[in-house]
Design a protein around this ligand. Structure first.
Ligand SMILES: [Zn+2]
Length: 101
């Protein structure tokens, strides 16, 4: 069991892309209460960048995978768990920390 990785919030996309810190994330200005996106660097440190479709307070209906976001930018929680197909990392984003399963 590895230690949880802090999910650092970036408001600035350029800084997010420059630093490339594992577990850090950037969100565009997703409209409150609506569907949006979260971009993040895989918490395992493999360097992969991924995007998830999220809903603010709900899980969007889609043929693709979606996640319910709790609306917290500083310490976000996503449901359900996240699986990275490229490296196999699997875990949860809870209260601003990535927790591997
Ligand atoms: Zn990874």
């Amino acid at each position: 069991m590895t230690d949880p990785v802090r999910a650092i919030y970036y408001q600035d996309r350029d800084a997010f892309r420059r630093d490339q810190i594992p577990g850090s994330f950037w969100m565009p200005d997703n409209p409150a209460g609506e569907q949006g996106s979260i971009w993040f660097y895989c918490p395992c440190g493999c360097g992969a960048q991924a995007r998830l479709t999220i809903g603010d307070g709900f899980k969007p209906r889609s043929y693709h995978a979606t996640w319910c976001w709790d609306g917290n930018r500083q310490s976000p929680t996503l449901k359900p768990s996240v699986r990275q197909l490229t490296c196999g990392w699997h875990g949860w984003l809870r209260n601003g920390y990535w927790e591997a399963c």
